[in-house]
Ligand binder design. Structure first.
Ligand code: SF4
Length: 145
């Protein structure tokens, strides 16, 4: 039976990044060519493309996804997109996520303080939610391949 792999859509060639660009990763396409690939982008469906950049900001000891210019809190919108993916695909064999993204990054996403300086690097908001929802599924970054 083919494995089911959820992959950040920008790594698959979708133009879903904030600036309308993609981050196609040929080695991912080759590695998983015989698997069932499920493209996943939690930002594009709710924020559109192109869109304002967003960042994780530590506010009142909580991680919030805030848009860089208009300061809109989009945390709930992104978490909702993860939960929709979980509902549609309750069983996955692996998850592969784009590094450094405020949504998809795995330990590589800058966490800012309220003055917008970098406090540390941690998981993106969607990555953290995916870890919580798929405790038994292997989750890696494209940098791990
Ligand atoms: S890193 Fe994640 S949220 Fe950003 S464009 Fe790629 S799939 Fe979408």
């Amino acid at each position: 039976m083919k494995r089911k792999i959820l992959i950040s859509a920008c790594l698959l060639g979708e133009n879903c990044r904030y600036d309308g660009a993609t981050k196609t990763n040929q080695s991912i396409l080759d590695t998983f060519e015989n698997d069932v690939i499920i493209p996943f982008c939690p930002e594009a469906p709710v924020l559109g493309t192109p869109r304002e950049r967003i960042s994780i900001v530590l506010i009142d000891k909580q991680y919030k996804l805030i848009s860089d210019e208009t300061q809109k809190d989009v945390t709930g919108l992104i978490i909702e997109q993860v939960d929709l993916a979980v509902k549609s695909h309750p069983n996955l064999d692996m998850i592969v996520l784009k590094s450094k993204s405020p949504s998809c990054g795995l330990g590589t996403t800058p966490i800012l303080n309220e003055d917008r300086s970098i406090l540390k690097y941690a998981d993106g908001i969607a990555a953290a939610r995916l870890k919580e929802k798929y405790p038994n599924t292997k989750i890696i970054s494209e940098l791990d391949l």
